[in-house]
Design a protein around this ligand. Structure first.
Ligand code: F6P
Length: 345
């Protein structure tokens, strides 16, 4: 990426597209951190192209905060992000860095950014990544903007996070396939979807996949209730049942399946979808969200904003202090749960 011959940064920005740059931003860096999410590449593309179009030199940091304190930086131009909008994963690579949790690690990273003359850092990731960005700014004064990139959709300050829509589609596709087998064998399938602390994916998949019951970490619902639900559905003549469990629910899918088998004696299968939900080509909603937030993140730094996440709500772009994205709780939709239960008669 460093020496790409066809990716020069423009020296002059056409007056029609130039944005106010009161912060005097000349160089920006971008990294992806934490769990990868479909649409991260679309966000990188949007950040690099928006900055380039504004006459800002763009730097990519490889391997997240781990790469930052090791100095793994590369100059990126518009052509370096060609043909990635449709690709899953992240071309910049990602990591969960232990060293960054130490003040020494962050000091090394801050020095790298100063050595490269970087005026601001854009962090694409989830709450762990935003902790990293928050402390970098607090301790070293380097302006940081967060872009929400996680399949879990568990960040306060945005209706949706990049990767969430695709993860739901991937999980739903698996649920539909498992339903075929469940109905053919008259079995109960207990399907575990991702969501360490949050049930957003589980609730969406439960409604869209026609589940009998759903267990999410937010509810602390006793597992015993599932026995009556399954007995009831058998009594109604149902030939197979789908139960959705978010991975963060205590006991997970296996705990729910064990309770069903012990309480009903019925044949049950567990399917843990796992990391398959993190991969794949992003659906259009994730690409569009990533593109809009990538653009907004660069403009935010040019306007002198810092220490905030750019998110989207009904009113458009929302700026939320990084620490609020994890301190405040984004509630799961109780309406969705009610809807799933109403329709499972
Ligand atoms: O935060 C996203 C997420 O996919 C969670 O749902 C899941 O618990 C976790 O990442 C898995 O992380 P790792 O890839 O490090 O195992």
């Amino acid at each position: 990426m460093t020496d790409h011959p066809t990716s020069p940064n423009p020296t002059a920005v056409p007056a029609t597209t130039a944005r106010p740059n009161p912060a005097g931003v000349r160089r920006l860096a971008v990294l992806t951190s934490g769990g990868d999410a479909p649409g991260m590449n679309a966000a990188i593309r949007a950040v690099v192209r928006t900055g380039t179009q504004q006459g800002i030199e763009m730097i990519g940091v490889r391997r997240g905060f781990s790469g930052l304190h090791r100095g793994e930086l590369v100059v990126m131009g518009a052509r370096d992000v060609a043909n990635i909008i449709q690709r899953g994963g992240t071309i910049l690579l990602t990591a969960r860095s232990r060293t960054w949790r130490t003040p020494e690690g962050r000091a090394r990273g801050a020095q790298v950014l100063r050595d490269w003359g970087v005026d601001g850092l854009i962090v694409i990731g989830g709450d762990g990544s935003f902790h990293g960005g928050h402390y970098l700014q607090e301790e070293h004064g380097i302006p940081v903007i967060g872009i929400p990139g996680t399949i879990d959709n568990d960040l306060y300050g945005t209706d949706h996070t990049i990767g969430y829509f695709t993860a739901v589609e991937t999980a739903l596709d698996a649920v539909d396939k498992l339903r075929d087998t469940g109905a053919s064998h008259e079995r109960i399938f207990v399907i575990e979807v991702m969501g360490r602390h949050a049930g957003h994916i589980a609730l969406d998949v439960a409604v869209a996949g026609g589940a009998e019951e759903v267990f999410i970490p937010e509810d602390h619902k006793p597992v015993a209730g599932v026995v009556e639900i399954v007995k009831d559905s058998v009594a109604k003549g149902k030939r197979g049942s789908i139960i959705i469990v978010a991975e963060g629910y205590e006991g997970g899918a296996q705990g729910v399946a064990d309770a069903i088998e012990a309480g009903t004696g019925l044949e049950t299968r567990v399917s843990i979808l796992g990391h398959i939900q993190r991969g794949g080509s992003p659906v259009s909603s994730d690409r569009i969200l990533a593109s809009r937030l990538g653009e907004a993140a660069v403009y935010a730094l040019m306007e002198g904003r810092k220490g905030v996440m750019v998110g989207r709500g009904a009113s458009g772009v929302i700026y939320t202090p990084l620490h609020e994205t994890w301190e405040k709780r984004k509630d799961v939709s109780r309406d969705l749960y009610r809807c799933a239960m109403t329709l499972s008669i």
